[in-house]
Design a protein around this ligand. Structure first.
Ligand code: FE
Length: 253
């Protein structure tokens, strides 16, 4: 067990949990080196905003790089993920995120679930591991505690139609390099702009229930040409997300 029972209860209540130092400084250095090299190759997808750029990212980081696959399947991170979910999980995808220094805009509040083509997976969650220090001014994340249980948000795919969300309490979570947050796919979250001169680099990995099934979503894959999108394009609605592409993250069985 990596977590105390109270950590798991807290995650179930709030929809997110920060676990400090899941990586050693040596691991951070190694993963950072690979991440910087991948990002420098420039094969990234972009999230533009009215005022500039929210962030860009390498889709399928774990397919493109054996080192990133080790991070996506890191025993401590996947162990914590399964303790939080309380059931066996599979890897869905892993994205290497970059929020450039001086100029990246805030990440608007959103729920990941609506961008994930997954059904029958009530415990889908994301592990977000920082590969640099991420104080507030470098674009750390904010979470709305308990929002994963709010019915109104659950049914509304557009948070802009829920301005009351902006008046609910939220938690700002600065991270040290090697710290990791875990958040439920229905938890509302956002991130500050990066106002520093240092690029924010992190790996966000989505884990889903072992029995998750494919549910096509128009939001996902539009204009994308990464390997995962091409694979999903060959799948039928309702088909199991299993096999080599979506491995079990632990091998207890
Ligand atoms: Fe998100």
């Amino acid at each position: 067990m990596y977590l105390k029972a109270s950590d798991i209860t807290r995650y179930q209540r709030e929809g997110f949990l920060m676990v400090p130092q899941v990586l050693t400084p040596e691991e951070v250095a190694g993963f950072f080196e690979e991440a910087a090299a991948m990002l420098s190759r420039g094969k990234t997808l972009h999230w533009p905003s009215e005022k500039g750029m929210v962030m860009d990212w390498v889709a399928d980081a774990e397919i493109e790089s054996a080192i990133m696959r080790r991070l996506a399947l890191h025993p401590v991170i996947t162990g914590i993920a399964e303790e939080l979910a309380g059931r066996p999980l599979r890897l869905f995808k892993s994205e290497l995120l970059r929020k450039e220094g001086t100029g990246s805009t805030m990440t608007p509040p959103h729920i990941d679930e609506f961008a994930l083509p997954i059904s029958g997976a009530p415990v889908t969650l994301t592990a977000w591991v920082a590969l640099v220090d991420v104080p507030k001014e470098r674009g750390c994340m904010k979470f709305w505690p308990g929002s994963h249980q709010v019915k109104a948000v659950d049914e509304a795919q557009d948070l802009a139609s829920h301005p009351e969300m902006m008046f609910l309490p939220r938690v700002t979570l600065p991270l040290r390099a090697g710290d990791c947050t875990f958040h439920h796919a229905r938890t509302v979250h956002s991130a500050h702009a990066n106002e520093t001169h240092t690029t924010r680099i992190s790996l966000a990995t989505v884990y889903m229930d072992e029995g998750a099934r494919f549910e096509p979503r128009t939001l996902y894959g539009d204009g994308m040409n990464d390997k995962l999108s091409r694979h999903l394009a060959t799948m039928q609605a309702g088909q199991a997300l299993s096999g080599e592409c979506f491995p079990r993250i632990r091998w207890k069985d």
